[in-house]
Design a protein around this ligand. Structure first.
Ligand code: ADP
Ligand code: MG
Length: 720
């Protein structure tokens, strides 16, 4: 059979009229439109329709994509005489006699029915379903699924249905099992889907038929039907493959189309090659760059020399040395007589970067300005003036950098640190805000959260990705322990030994997501407790998000200079803080933090010559938390942790994918559908090369579907 005929076969004979199922339904239901409410279904009134709302079902179209969680395989059908002991099977037979029996146990009642076919007789048994005694009558034809327990011909019923009603829907072949509610049973859902069977053929297919043919995938209508009522496991697999591909393909098209649009609509300044300034800066570094750092810097250099705006993601584990690469990138703007900006997500990190850059660039004559929303009026004006006049070569700050009243003389490069919290829409906003006189700066996004490649393709499908895998030489892995409450006292003893040896320690307080204020209070309280208690002989300080900028800087400086020994803090120190003499990271209630966060926190130690330690205090309450702590103790590799995280959590919640703006994947699972993702990526690229605006007639439905699915999250996609 040719592929085309095979597909037609899939469409016509195998799905629409499954020949091997008796279809005796007398339903006169005449399917209305996909958009109709559930109340058009037989037996569905307003109350039931409201209940269905809890399952996310409002229209018939919703029902069609209410996919089963799994199928039960009821395909083995037997005659009574052939039943084997202990076997589960489906039997069609006639009811001879029905009895309701009370047992000696107060809450156990048994309905028994004698069933007969040509080959034998058996006794079907139901527990606590009294109503069946009235419902079943001698002479009824019954289809029962159950387990044959032999002794006395007992057949313990799993599921049953009257023949001639829905005929096999619940007991024959691959039977769908749906997410349900109390009032909407799985049988009810099967019945509804059976009623709307004729509607499947009305589902339009957004994928061009040429593509389907090429990839050997079935039409949408057939795949959707087979998701519910497949005739075989193979048919189900093919149906799922088709729908997973569709989901990923549409997403990749959206991302790639977005990138094309970005590149087409925006212009950057082509910068000159690296020069004297870069060379001098490299000379002042007390180390030479790793091969990975060099390779990444070279790639960025090539981007900067073109007038297509760079949109590059730099990922590298905590401590892998992204800052140097960022500085080299910013210097390219300065060397060409223009400006660069370095933007960080928090005040603390921005301040840290500012101090760092000033120190690193001290001998070069490069002027660095600082801007954050917490500056005093005078400082702020000074910074703004320096940026506008061009006196400042590099500006470091928070999001305040791209607010309305900020004007740069000539901004050519933006580096965004720890950008993993942002999505496509935020990237677009950043580009819009930073664009002046039609010039969009080259942008480097940096993240220390390693992302599995599959996820990067979805989260950052619109970016080029560079990776630093190699750590600077001489790093020792941080030894990590999970400390249960029982061992707390011993752990404090261990920390005191470190402090006595001249080292320093971070104490991270429990995560309080509801309020920064509460978190600040917890920090103050814990610091007070430690000053009186375990660390009474040491200098304890605090750092949290609620402190004024000035105080934060002071606290950071005191700790960096070794004036304080213990810093009680929150996740504000998660990123960027660099104090090589700190060797202990102690996290309270570590089970409440995510893996990525714990890994970031751990990255604050192990930055110097001394062996370092991470103590995770927790008495975990959940299986997932136990696995997270175990993973932390077993590996220091951020990429390995990212993969484990993906497994534990599923991609839906990973690294704030939810906030990133893209709708959740409904069917595809990045952990198991990697090949489909790669295929989708490749095909999306091919299609856009042939039809960049999806303007061809055969791509029209595709274009509309993309706008419908992604238009809400990425404003521009609504316009394609
Ligand atoms: P991150 O990627 O987490 O931002 P940093 O840029 O803060 O990492 O670098 C971590 C530490 O490693 C810094 O103290 C930095 O000076 C140092 N470092 C960076 N590159 C190298 C290198 N090639 N050799 C040695 N040390 C390096
Ligand atoms: Mg960093």
């Amino acid at each position: 059979m040719t592929q085309a005929r095979c597909l037609r076969h899939f469409a016509r004979s195998s799905l629409l009229t499954p020949a091997d199922l008796p279809r005796t339904s007398k339903s006169t239901f005449n399917p209305p439109a996909l958009g109709d409410p559930l109340t058009v279904l037989k037996g569905v009134g307003p109350a039931l329709a409201r209940e269905a709302g809890r399952l996310g079902l409002a229209t018939l179209a919703d029902l069609l994509s209410h996919f089963p969680r799994r199928h039960e395989d009821f395909s083995s059908s037997r005659e009574i005489g052939q039943l084997r002991l202990g076997e589960e099977a489906t039997v069609a037979a006639t009811v001879e006699r029905v009895t309701l029996q009370r047992t000696r146990r107060p809450n156990l009642r048994v309905v028994k029915a004698t069933l007969r076919d040509d080959t034998g007789i058996l006794e079907a048994v139901w527990f606590n379903q009294d109503y069946l005694a009235d419902q079943l009558a001698p002479g009824d034809r019954l289809l029962v699924r159950g387990r044959y327990e032999g002794k006395g011909g007992n057949f313990r019923i799993i599921s049953h249905e009257l023949l001639g009603d829905s005929a096999g829907l619940h007991t024959t072949g691959l039977v769908p099992v749906y997410p349900t509610t109390e009032k909407i049973s799985v049988k009810r859902l099967r019945g509804w889907l059976d009623q709307v069977r004729p509607l499947f053929s009305r589902l339009a297919d957004p994928l061009p038929s040429g593509l389907l043919l090429e990839l050997g995938l079935p039409r949408r209508a057939d795949a959707m039907l087979a998701m519910h009522f497949p005739r075989s496991a193979a048919e189900y697999a093919l149906a799922r493959r088709r729908l997973v591909f569709e989901e990923l393909f549409l997403m990749q098209l959206a991302l790639l189309a977005y990138r094309r649009h970005y590149e087409r609509e925006r212009r950057s300044v082509a910068l000159g090659p690296a020069g004297e300034l870069s060379r001098r800066f490299r000379e002042t570094l007390p180390f030479s760059l790793t091969a990975d750092q060099e390779a990444v810097a070279a790639g960025i250099g090539t981007d900067l020399e073109g007038d297509r705006p760079m949109q590059r993601l730099l990922q590298g584990d905590v401590g892998s040395g992204k800052t140097v690469v960022a500085v080299l990138t910013l210097l390219r703007a300065v060397e060409s007589g223009r400006q660069g900006a370095l933007m960080a997500p928090t005040e603390v990190l921005a301040e840290q970067h500012f101090l760092n850059l000033k120190r690193m660039l001290a001998g070069t004559g490069v002027k660095v300005a600082f801007l954050s929303s917490r500056l005093g009026a005078k400082e702020r004006e000074g910074a703004l003036a320096a940026m506008e006049s061009g006196e400042a070569d590099i500006a470091v700050g928070t999001h305040a950098l791209i607010q309305e009243d900020v004007v740069f003389a000539e901004l050519a490069v933006v580096v965004v640190d720890e950008q993993h919290r942002f999505g496509v829409q935020q990237r677009e906003d950043l580009a819009d805000k930073a664009t002046r006189d039609g010039i969009t700066p080259h942008t480097l996004h940096m993240t220390a959260t390693p992302i599995p490649r599959t996820l990067a393709l979805t989260l950052y499908g619109d970016l080029e990705v560079s990776t630093i895998r190699q750590m600077p030489p001489g790093r020792k892995p941080v030894r990590t322990w999970h400390v249960p409450e029982a061992k707390r006292a011993g752990a404090y003893g261990f920390i005191r030994e470190q402090l006595d040896a001249g080292r320093q320690c971070y104490v991270v307080c429990p995560l309080i997501e509801e309020s920064e204020k509460l978190e600040a209070r917890a920090v103050e309280a814990e610091a007070a407790r430690l000053r009186e208690g375990e660390f009474r002989e040491y200098r304890v300080d605090v750092l949290h998000g609620q402190m004024p900028a000035q105080q934060k800087q002071e606290a950071m400086r005191r700790f960096a200079d070794g004036e304080t020994q213990v810093l009680v803090t929150t996740t504000v120190i998660e990123v960027g803080v660099d104090v090589p003499n700190a060797t202990v990271m102690m996290v309270e209630e570590a089970d409440r933090f995510g893996l990525a966060q714990l890994h970031q926190l751990r990255g604050r130690v192990g930055r110097g010559e001394h062996e370092s330690f991470c103590l995770l205090f927790a008495d975990p309450g959940s299986e997932a938390a136990v696995r997270r702590l175990g993973a932390m103790a077993s590996t220091a590799d951020g990429f390995a942790l990212a993969d484990i995280d993906l497994e534990i959590r599923g991609e839906g919640q990973l690294f704030g994918l939810r906030q990133s703006g893209f709708p959740d994947l409904k069917l595809a699972r990045l952990t198991r559908d990697q090949d489909a993702l790669k295929l989708a990526r490749r095909e999306a690229g091919k299609l856009l090369a042939a039809d960049p605006d999806l303007a061809r007639l055969e791509d029209t439905l595709l274009r509309e579907e993309i706008a419908r699915r992604f238009g809400d999250t990425v404003e521009w996609l609504r316009r394609i």
